[in-house]
Design a binder for this molecule. Sequence first.
Ligand code: GGG
Length: 346
Amino acid sequence: MRQIAVIAGDGIGKEVIPAGIRVLSSVCDLEFHELGWGSDLYLRTGAMMPEDGLHVLEDFDAIYLGAVGVPEVPDHVTLWGLLLPIRKALELSVNVRPVNLLRGVRGPLAGRGPDDIDMLFIRENTEGEYSGAGGRVHTGTPLEVAVEVPVFTRAAIERTVRYAFDRARERSGSLTSVTKSNASRYTYVLWDEVVEDVHQEYADVVMDRVLVDAMAARMVLRPDAVDVVVGSNLFADILTDLGAALQGGLGLAASGNIDPTGRHPSLFEPVHGSAPDIAGKGVANPMGAILSGAMMLRHLGELSAAQRIEAAVAQVTERGDALTADLGGTASTAEVTDAVMAAVAA
Ligand code: GGG
């Protein structure tokens, strides 16, 4: 039986991941192992995960993660203590973030419906502005300086872009690469060069290059013209929050952190954070976590189980009688989960 490492983590992660596990367990034989890592562990021990944590993860077939962050600990401490080291050490080189407006969900764009919003973002997941290169000097004095250096390597850009071209081939055959290479003199210029080089191997895919500011405008003004998009760690993170808004909110957004080589377990997580404002109230939307679980099943080769879950979530949104407050409803996390499970079973 496939072994899944579970890191529910913090805040609403502890509510939406159990919901996802209930749904996944109803369609597939999986063994889930909650590792108990996150901010509670940090507050007890000073570490977000055990010293051998990255090694421990290697023994699993996949990782199912909820959210990271609590008000008591600075965000960069929690993120750099858990999620970012996992992405880097396990070479989860691409972050796949679909953006679909489901039937029944009211998106914010007037006159735009599910047929207009169906995008796939491929985010470079290990470097760029998230490289961790930098430092601070004269700390705590008026002369204090902080330097953060974005690092871009040809190898990381190439593996991300190649993955994106492959996805474009499976979809409409078009790919948009997002940078800010007019203002950047080195890093995004290299990115453009690598994209052009890899494009030679994908002559059947139409590729265009768009600046990140223009891409934000395009997503709002012409969402129907956006299909597969590849971008750097920071840019694609920001654009996919806009994408989540276009699909009705962060509560619906799913993602997979993938090692395309298959050498390491891939990690699946809802895009949202720990949402301390609603944590513990039982009202968080579990759909992003459930759909991330479906992505995990697809990755593990359980195609029909994944499709059943995706269809069930779509049925529940279309019916509209079991939605959490972020989608205009009054249902609890448990009630939405029950509705999805009933739709899976029907
Ligand atoms: N779902 C995990 C989580 O808490 N994500 C929030 C976050 O800030 N993630 C960092 C990132 O994806 O860049």
